[in-house]
Structure formats: C-alpha cells, structure tokens
Design a protein around this ligand. Structure first.
Ligand SMILES: Cc1cc2nc3c(=O)[nH]c(=O)nc-3n(C[C@H](O)[C@H](O)[C@H](O)COP(=O)(O)OP(=O)(O)OC[C@H]3O[C@@H](n4cnc5c(N)ncnc54)[C@H](O)[C@@H]3O)c2cc1C
Length: 561
C-alpha cells in the first residue's frame, strides 16, 4: 500500500488518561490510555494505524488525481477511512457540522470516520482488535471495501477493524461432500473470485461490480446477482462462514456447527454478528453468456415519456423468464441536454448474441413504436460468463442516498401502474431510478431454504431503487441533512401506492433512515434478535438499521433502551 506513512501518525497527542465513562455510553478512542493502544499495536504486529477522512488523506499526500479520487479500487486499497460515497464520512448533524471535503486545505474534522484501524492480516489481529474494543468499551466499525450504500462500515469515535487484507482464495473440488466450492477471505473482491474460478471452469453467484467484498457486507445482506434468476441469491449458495465473535472466539458456522449463526449470517445484515473472516460459496460449472448493453434515448424531459417506456418494460418483464436472464436498468433524466434515457445491462446465460436479439426484440419493437425513443447504443459481448458478470471499478466519490423496495411479481399484472410510478418519481425532481431483474426464477424456487433472507425476496420480481445524488458545492451540510428524509417523505409514498406498504427492501441497497427497518429489511427480526443476544449480548457490533441498533443512539455511542 503506497504512502502508508501518512496515516501512520500513530498515537497523536490528544490521547489522554482514561476518562470517566458516562453511564450507558461507550468510551471515545481518545479516552483510552496511550499505553493500551501501544499494546494493541504490538499485539497486532504493528497493524494499528490512525485514520483520516479521504479528503484529508489526499491533502496529506499532496493531492489525489481525479482518477484516484473517483476509483473505487484506489479508494479502498489506499484509504482505510474512505467510504465509496464520501457523504458517509461526514457528520452533517453535528453542531457545527464536522465535514472534510475534496480539495480541503487541511485541518479537517474527523466526522464519522473512525480514529484508528486494525488493518487485520490474520485471525489473531481481528481477535486482538475485538478483545481490545470489548475490554475498553469502544465503538467498533467493520469494513471490507467501504462500499456500503448506508454508511454502515464507518462510525464516529470508533475503532475500525478492516478485513481488506484478508485476500486468500481456496477452490475446492468438493467441500465436505457438498460439491464444488470456493472459500474467500473477507477482503477478496468479486472480480478476483470470478477470475480465479474461470481458471477452473467454475462460476459462483456474486454481484455486478468488481470491488464489492463477497464475504463482507454483500453476503450478509443476502447478495443478489444478474445470475440470481438462474442460480439463486448468494446467500442461498453459501455453505460456511468463519467469524470472530464478540467474545473473541473464532467460530465456524455452517449447517451443523453454530447453525443459528449460520442462519443469521445469510441475510441478517453485515456488521451485526462479528468480524467475518471467510465465506465458502457453492460453485457451478461455468458457461458462456451474452452481455448486452442497450441505451434508449428520447429528446424530451417529459415524464410521461418515461412512464410510457417503463410501462412497456413492465409489460415485457416476463420475456426474460424462460432464459433466466438478469438485468440492471436505470431511467435517467438529463436536464443539461434535455434528454431522458433508459440504460439496460442485460445478462443472458447460455445465449448467443443473436439469440439475445430474439429475446429482447419484442420489448424493443414496442419501445420504438411511438417514435419517441431511439436506440442510441447497443453492444454485445458473448463470452464466458466470468468475464462479463461484473463491471470494473465502480465510480466512487459521489454523494448519494438510496431508497428501495422489492417489487412483488403480482404488481406486473398492471404495468401501467409501474409506468405511472416512474412518472411521479421523476416529477419530484429525482433524476435516476434503478431497477434490477435479480429475483424470480431460482430465487423464488429457493423459498424453502431456511435462512434470514427476507421472505419478500421469494415473491419479488424486481428491485427498485431511487438514487439521490448531490455535490458539495451545491448542497450545504444542512441541505444534506434535509435530503436524508426525502425517501421516506417524498419517494416512498409514491412507490408504496404500487408495491404496497409491506413489500420489503434489500437492506444493502436501501434507505439508511428507513423508518421501520426491522420489518422492511428483515424477515424474522425476533429470531435475529435472539441470535444477536446469544453471540453479542452487549451489542459490541452495532450498525445503523442493523439488528439491535434500536437500542442505541444514531452514532451507536449511547444506549437509548
Ligand atoms: C458499485 C456497487 C455495486 C453493487 N452491486 C451489488 C450487486 O450486484 N449485488 C448486491 O447484492 N449488492 C451490490 N451492492 C451492494 C453491496 O452488497 C453492499 O454495498 C455491501 O454492503 C458491500 O459490502 P462490503 O463488505 O464490500 O462493504 P463495506 O462497506 O466494507 O461493508 C458493508 C457492511 O458489511 C459489514 N462488513 C464488512 N466487512 C465485514 C466483515 N469482514 N465482517 C463483518 N461485517 C462486515 C460492514 O460493517 C457494513 O455493515 C453494490 C454496491 C456498490 C457500491
């Protein structure tokens, strides 16, 4: 890792003698004795470092290029304090706000960035970090990649345990009699797994971007893939986990050992159960597929045009069922050039490029019929699925808030309602609405699997996401605070008119301020709470909207219940 020394400004002078604890509150890192931190550094073989916000890091090294700043790979490889969306590093709510923005001139506020990180390279490093945090009553954050859309891998006044350096990959011809599998450390990126499996003629169910960590938040959230209609969710295909729990124990969780934890780790949410060391995923024989990227564009910003197009898209939603294709699509209104577009990334397993034309032609014929929409881009890649199932290096460094709902299959019986929903969402001023065909098919067929995956996944057809972006030069910290209620107050009422009030949401791509997260994100919150109290009775591992978080204030510092 280059320029490590910039965040190795270990043990700054602000560390004082151990402070008096406020009852029910955790201790701030600065109130822990300096000698104790030194001991932690020694017991982790020097893997303890001070952390700074990403903009401060860039200032310290004399500036990051725009390419570095916006690269998800560069951010997570070089800046342990970085979140893919920098808004999660800021504490906009603080009085005064604690922010650290791109092109800072230094002296940034720490905001929601942890003070120290154990950059773990072994189970022992993790155990040392967990034991230290528990003994000293510290707030803990856990991070693999920092890609979390809800900001759950960073926390104010915390000790960060990073598993980014746990990068082992082991491929098994047969894993405990359960067939082919791959065991990956919780720092391994999706693209690294796809590449390693390709060498062996195998594939696994993983997500659509290179830099998400499969054995981190992805799998604990349930994990969807463009291959899910064909093969199920990632959580449906996970055979085993290894994890360090709050008592510092290194446990194996599978169908027979710690099976309640195994149940919870498949859909119970990242950061709530312990520090995941590895996960073992089922593998399948790989195959060829066609990735088709299509863009439809209209020279209009009239929201009724997007309504018509999305009605047509909904009408044709079942065109993909037979071939079990997955699709990520997003509707985008571009006010600067007065256009609207629908981008479609379609993954057609075991189909040639020509066959993919046949599958999508009925939709395209109807979409183009009115003359409003034209195909502005249409490309095909036909190759082994490992090479096309993910997008390289997602763009980072954009402030963004999400909100989402799973869309039940039955809703597609009235496609006009879906079109109307897009129209109303665009009329609020929202410029991007994403949809994913990553449910149905095998995801529904897997309804009998006993895991913490929300049962609403099994009756859903798609996943709908609102994405609200802003830049720091346009929106002030108080403006950013105001944006945080937008999904619940403006967008959700529109969506619920169509999907109902109990559709559920995919917790990893969702609103960080979800009002009723316990039922919206989780299927059996009561059972999850029981598992939580068994493995983490004192709530060492708390994340916003995570199991048990209702007992803590928003920073996870003081108990409120
Ligand atoms: C560009 C992009 C594309 C995406 N594509 C997909 C997709 O195709 N399918 C999909 O399902 N999701 C997708 N996601 C969402 C993704 O699942 C979440 O962002 C997920 O939380 C990322 O996990 P992570 O560990 O990489 O991120 P982090 O930010 O490091 O962590 C996320 C959460 O997991 C916890 N966590 C991380 N590591 C550990 C660990 N070792 N032990 C215990 N807890 C841990 C954190 O505390 C936090 O709560 C995408 C996200 C992005 C940014």
């Amino acid at each position: 890792m280059p320029s490590m020394h910039w965040f190795v400004s270990f043990l700054p002078v602000l560390i004082t003698a151990r402070g008096v604890l406020t009852q029910g509150c955790r201790v701030r890192p600065g109130d822990v004795d300096q000698d104790a931190w030194k001991q932690l550094n020694e017991s982790t073989s020097g893997h303890l470092f001070a952390v700074v916000p990403s903009a401060q890091y860039c200032f310290n090294i004399g500036g990051c290029t725009d390419e570095q700043w916006t690269s998800s790979t560069w951010r997570s490889d070089n800046m342990p304090g970085s979140m893919l969306q920098p808004n999660w590093e800021q504490d906009y709510d603080a009085n005064p706000p604690e922010v650290c923005l791109r092109n800072t001139t230094g002296n940034c506020k720490q905001g929601n960035v942890p003070h120290y990180v154990v950059l773990a390279e072994s189970v022992e490093d993790i155990q040392a970090g967990v034991n230290f945090a528990r003994t000293n009553n510290l707030r803990v954050a856990i991070k693999s990649s920092g890609h979390d859309y809800l900001g759950r891998s960073t926390a104010k006044d915390s000790l960060l345990i990073s598993t980014h350096r746990l990068t082992d990959i082991t491929i098994h011809d047969d894993f405990n009699g359960q067939g082919g599998a791959v065991t990956v450390g919780s720092g391994v990126r999706l693209n690294q797994i796809y590449a390693a499996l390709k060498e062996k003629g195998k594939i696994f169910v993983g997500g659509g971007t290179a830099t998400v960590a499969a054995a981190g938040g992805y799998i604990q959230g349930g994990g969807h893939s463009s291959l899910s209609p064909l093969l199920g969710l990632a959580a449906d295909n996970t055979l085993q986990f290894t994890i360090v729990t709050a008592d510092g124990q290194y446990l194996t969780a599978n169908e027979t050992e710690n099976s309640d934890l195994y149940w919870a780790l498949r859909g119970g949410g990242g950061g709530s159960w312990g520090v995941m060391v590895s996960a073992t995923f089922r593998t399948f024989d790989t195959f060829n597929a066609t990735y088709r990227y299509t863009v439809l564009t209209a020279n209009s910003t009239n929201s009724s045009d997007i309504a018509s197009l999305m009605t047509i898209h909904a009408t044709h939603i079942h065109d993909f069922d037979e071939v079990r294709a997955g699709q990520y699509y997003w509707a985008f209104r571009n006010d600067s050039d007065q256009t609207q577009s629908l981008f479609l990334r379609t993954y057609l397993p075991r189909l040639t490029a020509n066959e993919s034309r046949e599958t999508m032609q009925p939709f395209l014929t109807d979409a183009l019929a009115s003359g409003t929409w034209t195909v502005s881009e249409d490309t095909f890649q036909e190759t082994v699925v490992n090479d096309i199932v993910y997008k390289e290096d997602a763009t980072g460094a954009e402030n963004m808030l999400m909100g989402s709902r799973l869309v039940p299959e039955e809703v597609y019986e009235t496609p006009e309602a879906i079109g109307k929903m897009y129209e109303e969402l665009f009329d609020t001023g929202l410029a991007i609405v994403l949809g994913h065909i990553i449910a149905g098919g095998k995801v529904s067929e897997n309804a009998g699997i006993d895991s913490a995956v929300h049962p609403k996944w099994r009756t859903a057809k798609t996943h709908l996401i609102t994405a609200d972006y802003w830049t720091d030069d346009v929106v002030s910290p108080s403006g950013a605070v105001a944006l945080s209620s937008r999904f619940q107050t403006e967008f959700l009422p529109i969506i619920e008119k169509v999907v109902g009030t109990d559709a559920g949401a995919y917790m990893n791509e969702a609103d960080a301020y979800e009002a009723d997260f316990a039922t919206t994100f989780y299927g059996d919150y009561e059972k999850l709470s029981q598992v939580k109290s068994k493995y983490d009775e004192n709530d060492l591992f708390i994340v916003q909207t995570g199991v048990g978080s209702e007992r803590w204030d928003k920073d996870g510092m003081c108990k409120v219940a």
